[in-house]
Design a protein around this ligand. Structure first.
Ligand code: ADP
Ligand code: MG
Length: 258
């Protein structure tokens, strides 16, 4: 589904990514963890085309993505959530999902309102399903800005799923969530995978990553220091050292929540 080969991204002297190799298989939930600043968000940004890489290649379903802008990658099937939630605050929950669902098309050219009024029965049905997935069925007409934090996170997740991606990149979707919300998120990620979506999960909340992924890659200083099952990664001395050497030992591979 996804092949990163020798991927580097430098910001001036900062080597945010430094020769990363990673393959994500179709249908899996793959974790990507590492201490703060190890290059996780940069990886997602390079896969999506927000940043061009300094060196290396991104292949998606066998096709080189180099030089393709984000909207073309979205069209090809790569969707993502943001570490800092990004919604349209002055649109309703329903409208946020509708825009995301139609992100393959050039809404601006076709005119927002007429197409909105013309939403087909099929698109409406899909939005109802997304609202249910996000447990927001009762909030469809609320402005996104008026949602509670946990609800905004759920809408962010549903917004990414609305684009009908083949690959979903999640950047710390559990940040700031309660235990109950984290459990629900785990279920939601599994449901999306069951619908045929491959998932790359960047996350600090270890119980979620360890519980929901089949394989985990560990980054430190922009390269991969480990790759394996959750159990293998937890026992890996290099991983333990990377976390203990960081400023946030409580977010370590055995340390529960960040
Ligand atoms: N746009 C940017 N400009 C300059 N430096 C950046 C930028 N984005 C990320 N970095 C740097 O790259 C490194 C990796 O950042 P990031 O990928 O956000 O880490 P993570 O998501 O693992 O916490 C950090 O040192 C960060 O400061
Ligand atoms: Mg990050």
């Amino acid at each position: 589904m996804l092949e990163l080969h020798g991927l580097s991204k430098h910001f001036g002297g900062v080597k945010a990514l430094d020769g990363l190799d990673l393959t994500v298989e179709e249908g899996e939930i793959c974790g990507l963890i590492g201490p703060n600043g190890s290059g996780k968000s940069t990886t997602i940004n390079v896969i999506c085309g927000v940043y061009g890489q300094t060196a290396g290649t991104v292949r998606f379903r066998g096709e080189l993505m180099d030089g393709k802008p984000p909207h073309q990658r979205l069209r090809a099937g790569i969707a993502r959530t943001f570490q800092n939630i990004r919604l349209f605050p002055n649109l309703t929950v329903w409208q946020n999902l509708w825009v995301a669902q139609n992100s393959h098309q050039d809404i601006a050219r076709q005119g927002f309102l007429p197409r909105w009024l013309g939403a087909t029965r099929q698109t409406r049905k899909e939005i109802v399903e997304l609202l249910e997935l996000a447990d927001l069925g009762h909030k469809g007409d609320d402005l996104a800005a008026n949602l509670a934090f946990g609800e905004q996170r759920r809408l962010e997740f549903a917004r990414a799923a609305a684009a009908r991606p083949k690959l979903l990149l999640l950047d710390e979707p559990a940040a700031g969530m309660s235990q109950r919300e984290i459990d629900d998120l785990g279920q939601r990620i599994r449901r999306v995978r069951e619908s045929g979506v491959t998932v790359l999960l960047v996350e600090h909340v270890m119980e979620l990553v360890m519980g929901v992924t089949e394989r985990i890659a560990v980054l430190n200083f922009g390269h991969r220091i480990a790759l394996g099952t959750p159990g293998e990664v937890q026992r890996n001395p290099a991983v333990q050292e990377a976390y203990l050497g960081s400023s946030a030992p409580e977010s370590g591979p055995e340390g529960g929540r960040a």
